[in-house]
Design a protein around this ligand. Sequence first.
Ligand code: G
Ligand code: G
Ligand code: MN
Ligand code: NA
Length: 256
Amino acid sequence: IQLETDLRKAIENEELELFYQPIIDLEQGRTIAFEALTRWHHPERGFVSPVDFIPLAEDTGLILPLGRWAMLESCRQLRAWQSSFAGTKDLFVNVNMSAVQFLQDDIPATVAQCLKETGIQGRNLRLELTESALVADPDGAAECLHAIKRLGPTLALDDFGTGYSSLNYLNNFPIDCIKIDRSFVGRVDRDDQSAKIIRIITMLADTLKMSVVAEGIENSEQHMMMRSLGCRYGQGFLFSRPLPKEEATAHLKASL
Ligand code: G
Ligand code: G
Ligand code: MN
Ligand code: NA
C-alpha cells in the first residue's frame, strides 16, 4: 500500500526516469532505435525494479498515467535528438505497452496526443506489446492495433517464443517486427536446438515481411550466430546497457 502511494506520487512528481537501450543494425553496426525502459529511484528504498513496480502499476490502474507519461517522454526525447542531430530522420523509439493498457486505455488517442504535442512523425514511434495484450479480447485488440497503425506507428511483438507464440497472432494482427526473447538468444551459442528455432523464426518473419530483433545479445558469439541465422537487428549488453538520457545522447552522437 505504501509503495502504491509512493508510485502515485512518483508519477505525479515525475520521479520516474526513462533509460534508453540502443537497438543495432547487426550488419552495419548502426543504432537504428532506442527502447525506452522506465526506472524508479525511490527516495528511501533506492532503485525499484520495473519487474516489481510494473505489476503493481498494472494492478492499481497506475499503468495508465505511467504508460502515457512513458510514451510522451519518449516522443519528447526523440524530438530533442532529431532537432540536435542530422541523420536521425529514420531513428525511432520503442515504448513498452502492457496488456492492461490495451484493455483500459484509449491507446490510439494517447498516441495521437503524443504525436501532436511533440511533432514527431508517427513512423518514428514503435509500440512493443506481448501476446498477453491480444488474448483477452482479440477483436478489440485488432481494431485498436489498426487504429494505431493508421496514425503511423509500427508494432513489435515482444518476448516472442515465451508465450503461446500462436502463429494466429502473426496472421491476425498487423505486426511489423518480432523480438526474439533473450531466453533463446542467451543459449544460441551453446545449443543447436535454439539456433534451429531462431532460424525458423527469421524465415517466418522474412516470408511475412516482418523484421526481427534479437534481445539480450551478451557476447560476440551470440552476435555472429544471430547474424548468420538471418536476424538483422539486435540489442543487449554486448552493445550497450539501457542508458540514462545524457549517455544515450552521447551514444547516438558517436554512432551517427
Ligand atoms: O528494464 P528492465 O529490463 O529491467 O525491464 C523489466 C521489464 O519491465 C521488462 O519486461 C520491460 O518490458 C518492462 N518495462 C520497463 N519499462 C516499462 C514501461 O514503461 N512500460 C511497461 N509496460 N513495461 C516496462
Ligand atoms: O521484456 P522486455 O524485452 O521489454 O525486457 C527488457 C529488459 O531486458 C530490460 O530490463 C533490460 O534491462 C533487459 N536486458 C537488455 N539487454 C539485456 C542483456 O543483454 N542481458 C540481460 N540479461 N538482460 C537484458
Ligand atoms: Mn521490450
Ligand atoms: Na522482451
